[in-house]
Write a new protein. Sequence first.
Length: 62
Amino acid sequence: MDEEKAENDELTMYDYLGVPYPEGYVNPEYTYVFNDSNINKIIFTGYANEEEDEFQHILRQA
C-alpha cells in the first residue's frame, strides 16, 4: 500500500517545490511540494526584473 501511494505521489503535479533555506536542494528527502491553494500569505518576494515581469504577464494571459 505504501509503495502504491509513493508511486501516485510521483505522478502528481504540484505548483511549487520548496527546499530548505539557505541550504537549497540537498536531496529528494528535503524537498516539499505544495500548490497555490496551500499559500495563505506571501511574506517575501525575491528579486524580479523587467524580464520576469513580462514573463509573468504572458503566463497570466495563457
